[in-house]
Ligand binder design. Structure first.
Ligand code: RB5
Length: 158
């Protein structure tokens, strides 16, 4: 149940102007379920740049292992590209319920990205619910996630 997860997990949420309305709706939905929701912005519909919010949410999710991130732009694409630049972030673009389920079950995604110009509020609530309640399956998927880490190590050497 979402209310059980809300006792242990925080949600960091962010959007650009194109995702603002859906972000506000999702934020309210999660607060109603009892989550501590930290909204990193944007705080208006004035035009802004999605990578700023992707970076902020990604950073917070890495700092807080008992958390998930939610990022919303027009399509969810820009947010997912930007968030996935941060090593350790597995951001999944999920504008449908099956993608949200498999993003957790197979990819152990820690950030959910959605498109405010592509999906409605009710669908987004179902996507969020599915994402948060689906457990990572581990097993054969673990080897693949390790390989993703190896790519990060190879290309992100400081
Ligand atoms: C903003 O116009 C739009 O480009 C942005 O929200 C997002 O869809 C990018 O991927």
């Amino acid at each position: 149940m979402l209310s059980e997860l809300a006792k242990t997990h925080k949600i960091y949420i962010g959007s650009d102007h194109a995702g603002y309305d859906l972000k506000m709706a999702v934020r309210e939905f999660l607060v109603e379920q009892g989550f501590d929701v930290i909204d990193v912005g944007t705080h208006s519909k004035e035009s802004c740049d999605y990578p700023d919010y992707a970076k902020e949410v990604a950073t917070k999710v890495l700092e807080d292992k008992d958390s998930f991130g939610i990022l919303i732009c027009g399509t969810g694409i820009g947010m997912s590209i930007a968030a996935n630049k941060v090593p350790g972030i597995r951001a999944a673009l999920s504008n449908d319920i099956i993608a949200a389920k498999l993003a957790r079950a197979h990819n152990n995604a820690n950030v959910l990205c959605m498109g405010g110009r592509l999906i409605g509020k009710e669908l987004s609530f179902e996507i969020v619910k599915t994402f948060l309640l689906t457990q990572y399956e581990g097993g054969r998927h673990e080897r693949r996630l390790r390989k993703i880490e190896h790519i990060e190590e190879e290309f992100c050497k400081k």
